[in-house]
Design a protein around this ligand. Structure first.
Ligand SMILES: C[S@@+](CC[C@H](N)C(=O)[O-])C[C@H]1O[C@@H](n2cnc3c(N)ncnc32)[C@H](O)[C@@H]1O
Length: 278
């Protein structure tokens, strides 16, 4: 077995990211360092490594994502470990990080609502070494995983992880410079149409946004102002085709829209706004 064989097996199972996944398997399972990949990708693998990779391929072609099989996913600059209660971080969510970095020079306090693995908050804390973060998630298992990821990244002293629904676990008078969230946004009836690797492996609490997929945005936007410093910013991720509805919900809440940013495929994906002067 070598790179081309792995790649071909993945591609013939209809996996669009066959190149990338074959490369991850060679780097992570065969232990080929990234800089040596192009010189060593054709070398034959040992029997033991080939067997491990074959076992992963067997699960992968059955519709489990590579991240779920390996138990981690790389996001922004770090590796985030997953559990049954966490969404697998997606590359498009990195746009949210870019939008916070774009024009907020040095927030002191960041709130992440629905933190999952903690990938958004922990990545932002790595970028803003003087900031402190608060992560909230309704799933207790997600809170455990986010806490473990914070420890692995040496950020545990700058993070408070709270278990509960949205604003409920926050002290009443808390206010933040930056509030971020990638809430669940799939309309309930559409969940059964999602790819197997999503609907069978990502937790339902991380996906289900209610009848129209917009319930979390309506609830968040009717409460955000109270928890935001006067010149603070909010950055929210949303789903495909939701930009007009989200912009309306945001504006109806009295916010000033700063920008809607596109994802890696060019589709609107992230909205940034403030309740202060724009
Ligand atoms: C789409 S996932 C995003 C996870 C992570 N922030 C990311 O971007 O990978 C949404 C998260 O919101 C959490 N969640 C759902 N309803 C919630 C609620 N009422 N209060 C707090 N968290 C909630 C889910 O458990 C899940 O971790």
């Amino acid at each position: 077995m070598n790179y081309h064989i792995i790649r071909t097996k993945l591609a013939s199972a209809g996996i669009d990211t066959a190149d990338l996944e074959a490369r991850i398997l060679l780097e992570d399972i065969a232990g080929i360092p990234k800089p040596e990949f192009f010189f060593r990708r054709d070398e034959a693998l040992s029997e033991a490594v080939a067997q491990r990779i074959q076992a992963i391929l067997d699960r992968r072609v059955q519709g489990e994502s590579l991240g779920r099989i390996l138990g981690y996913r790389d996001f922004w600059k770090s590796r985030f470990y997953l559990s049954a209660d966490t969404l697998e971080p997606r590359p498009d969510t990195e746009i949210l990080i870019e939008e916070v970095l774009r024009d907020h020079p040095s927030p002191q306090s960041i709130l992440d609502l629905g933190t999952g693995t903690g990938c958004i908050l922990l990545s932002l804390l790595q970028e803003f070494p003087h900031a402190r973060g608060t992560a909230v998630d309704k799933a207790q298992g997600a809170c455990v995983t986010a806490t473990e990821n914070a420890k692995r990244l040496g950020l545990e002293n700058r993070v408070t992880v709270l278990n509960g629904s949205w604003f409920d676990p926050l002290p009443a008078d808390s206010q933040f410079d930056v509030i971020v969230s990638n809430p669940p946004y799939i309309p309930s009836a559409e969940i059964r149409n999602l790819q197997a690797e999503v609907k069978n492996h990502d937790p339902i609490l991380a996906l289900d946004g209610g009848d129209d997929g917009l319930n979390p945005y309506k609830f968040l936007c009717s409460n955000l102002k109270k928890y935001l410093e006067p010149h603070g910013i909010v950055v929210l991720e949303f789903g495909a085709g939701q930009e007009n509805d989200i912009a309306r919900i945001v504006k109806d809440s009295g916010a000033n829209l700063i920008r809607i940013a596109n994802d890696l495929s060019g589709h609107p994906r992230v909205i940034k706004f403030t309740y202060g002067d724009n």
